[in-house]
Ligand binder design. Structure first.
Ligand code: MN
Length: 292
């Protein structure tokens, strides 16, 4: 008996737009949001990439001051530099290269996101990604949760034939479970592939999928070339993503089981209806998100 699998086809290649500043600490390129891809990459609703950008030493931490979130999760991956986080749930900590912070805002948190004290003092290069993962209606008002996934907690899978490696931040890669606990099935992998190699990345039929090239140049699905800061968006139909590396390349794979619900996004809130957005604003003003 044989199992036939058809790789996912590429729908389009999206270039990253120019950067804009988020707070005074994050020169961000908004790779996609529901404004540009609608719900095609659900459960993902936003992807920002910052840097690499050099910062001079300073005596005042740069970043984003206190702000709320409700209705989804923020996932922050640091590649270079160091960030510090504080939230209204009493969580705080710093994450450095290879570390991931997975914050389930759900019913609501206030938080601030800053360069760490040490990075602020020394200066240096910052490079990071932040992804927003939607929550289904029945979990949008769950209790907030916070997972610090330091790099030692994230399993690394070696690709066959020495093609490279993948870090399973979330979602199973073959037999290897990802590090994050997720509410719905979510895939987030951080990969490296060497020049000339081919990799077949196992993503289930029906899942959304996209490949972002952090550096280098790859062919995706045998049909489309994607190079640094480009995103290959794939069809939901088909299993597996085929990658052929033109150069040594670093990439991020994201996807998951689509959440087939209306998305109403307003600033830091992502809900199902306009009424829930109005309620979120009202709850923030009433102090129901707690204090920092
Ligand atoms: Mn935030």
């Amino acid at each position: 008996m044989t199992t036939m699998t058809t790789p996912k086809n590429v729908v389009t290649i999206i270039p990253s737009p120019p950067t804009h500043w988020v707070g005074d600490g994050f020169p961000v390129s908004s790779v996609f949001s529901t404004r540009t891809v609608e719900n095609h990459l659900s459960p993902y609703i936003l992807f920002d990439y910052a840097g690499p950008a050099a910062f001079e030493p300073s005596d005042r931490p740069r970043g984003v001051d206190t702000h709320p979130h409700r209705g989804f999760e923020t996932v922050t991956i640091v590649y270079q530099g160091e960030l510090e986080h504080r939230d209204s749930g009493g969580n705080s900590g710093s994450i450095g290269p290879g570390d991931v912070q997975w914050m389930t805002a759900a019913a609501g948190v206030l938080h601030e996101e800053k360069h760490s004290a040490e990075f602020t003092r020394t200066g240096g290069v910052l490079e990071m990604a932040q992804l927003w993962v939607n929550l289904p209606a029945k979990h949008k008002m769950d209790t907030p949760r916070y997972q610090t996934l330091t790099s030692d907690l994230i399993p690394t899978v070696q690709l066959p034939d020495g093609a490279g490696r993948v870090r399973a931040i979330a979602g199973p890669f073959g037999q290897t479970e990802g590090a994050a606990e997720t509410v719905t099935p979510v895939i987030l992998w951080d990969g490296h592939i060497r020049k000339g190699a081919r990799a077949r990345l196992p993503i289930p039929d029906g899942f959304s999928a996209a490949v972002f090239v952090r550096s280098g140049s790859i062919w995706v699905g045998e049909t489309h070339s994607a190079s640094t800061r480009q995103l290959a968006v794939l069809e939901h139909d088909g299993s597996d993503i085929l990658i052929d590396a033109e150069q040594d390349s670093e990439f991020i794979v994201l996807g998951g089981q689509p959440i087939d619900e209306p998305v109403v996004a307003h600033g830091p809130f992502v809900m199902n209806t306009q009424q829930e957005i109005v309620q979120a604003l009202s709850d923030v003003h009433a102090g129901r998100f707690g204090t920092l």
